[in-house]
Design a protein around this ligand. Structure first.
Ligand SMILES: Nc1ncnc2c1ncn2[C@@H]1O[C@H](COP(=O)(O)OP(=O)(O)OP(=O)(O)O)[C@@H](O)[C@H]1O
Length: 608
């Protein structure tokens, strides 16, 4: 029951942030989303422009589209780095469709695949495929298709045999078909696009990508030559966080690429040109377009300028009541919205999903039983990599169409997914790498819309803010006590001392107690909480590099971690089962399964 007082607090925070972020003249270009030109002035075919307007509702191109489309039309290899939600998908699909529909001889299914879009996740694969379908509505002879993990191989083989002109794929399954589906024709392949290129590599697909490039005979033998002959090839790499990790991929797949958005000065210059004709864009300016990602791009990541980014400092033992209170507060402030909460593991998603779907609470204990109601009244979804493919697909589609809902997810939803009307991103478990922070928050504030994000940090993790700062990302604090104060307890508003600690706030104590009783009364939930706890601890110890110094399990009180899963047990009790699992794992490793297991666990964490 968020009150007017807290609404006022929110508005004040927002105004403060807006004042701070009000664009100066210099920044206005950066904050701008749309270009002041038309799709047709970029050189796209009139039918495609009609399609963009009528079917997609796109009147004018975004800035990145205005910059990228002419260059891609010109046939140059391209690296695109632009903030999340700025329209990169259409930026690469539109020029490809333009060329395909323009061929002298209409392309046929028997010609096989002309364009290949590689994406890191299944959901992104489906999303790109759907956009492709819309764009191809009037070009029925150009056939879109997809292949991805979790789908029926034989059905995919049959579709490939018939012929797919533009194929969207996840790397593993694509490689499988390249090796095993002899009827898959790709001799006329002209485009390879790596959407979310850095993530494809982070997920450990580097080897697969090299093998794919070898199969497609498209790997560069040196900086300027490709092995293939005949069809001219054009490769494109895109992400909001292209960084030095992509250099190797860029080197082996791109020839003299044009870089868009990597160097702010170049981007600004290009944005002023806006409608650049293909002939003006290329060869003469080769020096301007290095094949290596410039180091200036490595420091700062681009987040949407209108995004309000905040953090809350929450002691470990109060994390769960804090999460529930914030979610309730956000939905009461704006009932018709969507919120995504990110967790570090599949088990943590499952636990919180069951909890939030079942937890009832009485805000007026005097009349307890009859007055119990669901703590959150909204629809709740979950998404992670251990779910059945069909459930993943249903969740993805349903959450897209819902007007108000909550999605609990692992990083499987962090990249590229475009859910309309998501107003807030909550990062309950910290993302680790700054790149993942950027992509997670990028699920809101898309295409110039408003959005806010909230990062949960424990007091011992506060240095993570400095790590984000290094990448040009700065956050302001949300005063959590004001959120708690907004909840009436025992039928009245709290009248508590002003500077009470979070963990001793009456609302927090009351909610924690109710949560613990609830978990104790449900053996299934109790089991799920313990599993969630164990995998959470494991994930916490998996932070890499510099982040290891910030996210140190040794600094945490495991009893408080257990509390954050509403577990009353002493940590030793829960710790025993964790210990047992660790021992079991060690035995398993000794039996020579180590490499296989590592692969599985990294998949569970990274491709969750
Ligand atoms: N020219 C346009 N006019 C209006 N809306 C557009 C335009 N181009 C794209 N969009 C919409 O903008 C949203 C974001 O597009 P898209 O998913 O391609 O962004 P992105 O830059 O790839 O984001 P991410 O980096 O998160 O993958 C989508 O809902 C898309 O339909």
């Amino acid at each position: 029951m968020a009150t007017k007082k807290s609404d006022k607090l929110y508005k004040e925070l927002k105004n403060e942030k807006n004042k701070k972020d009000a664009p100066t003249n210099d920044e206005s270009v950066e904050g701008k989303i749309f270009a002041s030109c038309s799709f047709s002035s970029l050189g796209l075919h009139p039918t495609l422009c009609d399609q963009l307007r009528e079917r997609m509702g796109f009147e004018v191109p975004t800035l990145v589209q205005a910059q990228a489309i002419p260059v891609i039309l010109s046939g140059r290899h391209v690296l695109v780095n632009a903030a999340t939600g700025t329209g990169k998908t259409v930026a690469y699909l539109a020029p490809i469709i333009h060329h395909l529909q323009n061929y002298d001889h209409r392309i046929e299914r028997s010609d096989g695949t002309f364009a290949l879009v590689l994406v890191p996740t299944r959901e992104l694969c489906l999303q790109v495929y759907e956009i492709l379908q819309k764009l191809l509505h009037r070009f029925h002879w150009i056939v879109p298709g997809y292949v991805m993990g979790g789908e029926n191989r034989s059905k995919e083989k049959a579709r490939l045999r018939k012929g797919i002109s533009v194929l969207v794929a996840t790397p593993g399954r694509l490689l499988d078909h390249l090796k095993n589906t002899s009827s898959f024709i790709y001799s006329k392949l002209r485009w390879i696009i790596f959407d979310e290129a850095d993530r494809i590599l982070e997920l450990g697909f580097g080897k697969e990508i090299e093998e794919i490039l070898d199969h497609l005979d498209t790997r560069t033998t040196n900086d300027t030559m490709t092995k293939h002959s005949g069809v001219s090839r054009q490769n494109l790499l895109l992400s909001a966080t292209l960084n030095e990790k992509v250099n190797h991929l860029a080197k082996i797949s791109l020839e003299n690429p044009v870089t868009i958005g990597l160097d702010d000065k170049t981007a600004e210059k290009k944005s002023k040109i806006e409608s650049l004709s293909p002939s003006e864009s290329d060869e003469d300016n080769e020096d301007q377009y290095p094949s290596k990602i410039p180091s200036s791009s490595i420091g700062d990541y681009k987040v949407p300028t209108q995004l309000i980014q905040r953090y809350v400092k929450v002691p470990c033992g109060s994390r769960l009541p804090a999460l529930l209170s914030i979610l309730k507060y956000l939905f009461e402030r704006e009932p018709s919205q969507k919120i995504v909460v990110f967790f570090s593991t599949c088990d943590a998603v499952d636990f919180h999903y069951s909890l939030l779907s079942e937890f009832e609470f009485s805000f007026h204990p005097q009349t307890e039983a009859e007055n119990k109601q669901m703590f959150l009244g909204c629809k709740i979804f979950r998404l992670h990599g251990n779910m059945q493919q069909e459930d993943r697909r249903t969740t993805f589609q349903s959450f897209k169409t819902e007007k108000a809902a909550l999605l609990l997810s692992t990083d499987v939803a962090a990249r590229g997914l475009d859910f309309p009307n998501v107003r807030c991103i909550v990062q309950y478990d910290s993302p680790g790498e700054a790149t993942e922070y950027v992509h997670r928050v990028g699920r809101t504030a898309r295409i110039g819309e408003r959005g806010e994000s909230l990062l949960f940090l424990q007091p011992v993790e506060i240095d993570y803010l400095q790590d984000l700062e290094k990448h040009g990302v700065s956050l302001t604090e949300l005063p959590l006590l004001s959120v708690f104060d907004s909840f009436p307890l025992y039928g009245q508003k709290n009248h508590i001392k002003k500077f009470v600690a979070i963990e001793s706030h009456p609302w927090v104590l009351c909610l924690q107690k109710a949560l613990e009783s609830f978990i104790m009364s449900k053996p299934k939930m109790d089991k799920s909480a313990k599993t969630g706890f164990c995998s959470w601890v494991r994930a916490y110890t998996a932070h890499r590099g510099e982040l290891k110094k910030i996210f140190m399990i040794k600094k945490l009180h495991l009893g408080h971690v257990a509390k954050s899963f509403a577990l009353k047990q002493q940590p030793s009790l829960v710790g025993k089962s964790y210990g047992k699992q660790t021992k079991k794992r060690k035995r398993f490793h000794k039996q020579g399964e180590i490499s296989k297991r590592r692969k599985v666990s990294s998949v569970t964490k990274c491709r969750p």
